[in-house]
Design a binder for this molecule. Structure first.
Ligand SMILES: [Zn+2]
Length: 223
């Protein structure tokens, strides 16, 4: 083997082949977090954009990302179109119909979930999604590779806020998030009306994170 081949082989050993990977934290050591909000809607479960959350984020001029299903984007198209006009707001792909277990779908069905949602979101917002989040966070190696092959990076989280949980209060939600937030975290909440305390908790979460020295960035700024 020639020297250059040895070097190439060594580099491959060090870096490995490009492996499918779910992003659960931004690769940054400084005190930044990304706010993300899931707009989930499955067939027969109409869901509307939580205006209380939007109002808090808009008043404070904070950047954030909505992971919308295609169904949610269709139902809330006027408001999402308005939000998407702001450079602070990204609207990304959370599948077309929110199947709870995409790892049980065929390759064709996975690709269709991604492509259909892309088409709806692009029609509504004028922006083609580049990020994807699996419904309910469920995936396996095959479904992950299939989604990545569509050109999307898969973005999850390290610690969930648990904001759709039963009996969650705004106070406890804020305490939980402030206790757990670390530099580079991707914070996950819900903006589809299924997390009724999130809007009330956000001012304390934002103020608390700022007091700890955190800044807020968009996902694409952190990756
Ligand atoms: Zn969801």
């Amino acid at each position: 083997m020639r020297t250059t081949q040895w070097v190439m082989a060594l580099l491959w050993l060090i870096s490995g082949p490009a492996a499918a990977q779910v992003v659960t934290q931004l690769p940054r050591a400084d005190k930044v977090v990304a706010l993300t909000f899931d707009g989930c809607e499955a067939p027969g479960q109409p869901a509307w954009l939580d205006r209380g959350i939007v109002d808090v984020l808009t008043q404070q001029s904070l950047p954030y990302t909505i992971f919308a299903t295609g169904l949610f984007a269709q139902r809330n198209k006027d408001e999402l179109a308005r939000l998407a006009a702001s450079p602070l707001v990204e609207i990304e792909n959370h599948s077309m119909t929110h199947p709870q277990h995409m790892e049980r779908l065929s390759k064709d069905a996975v690709e269709k979930q991604v492509a259909d949602a892309d088409a709806v979101i692009e029609a509504v917002t004028g922006h083609r999604p580049t990020f994807f989040r699996f419904p309910a966070g469920n995936y396996d190696a095959a479904s992950l590779a299939e989604v990545e092959a569509t050109g999307h990076r898969v973005i999850h989280w390290r610690v969930p806020s648990g904001d759709p949980g039963k009996g969650v209060t705004a106070e406890h939600l804020a305490q939980w998030v402030l206790l757990n937030a670390k530099p580079g975290d991707i914070l996950i909440f819900h903006i589809n009306g299924r997390a009724p305390e999130t809007a009330a908790a956000l001012p304390a979460i934002i103020a608390g994170l700022k007091a700890k020295g955190f800044r807020f960035i968009r996902l694409d700024q952190g990756l």
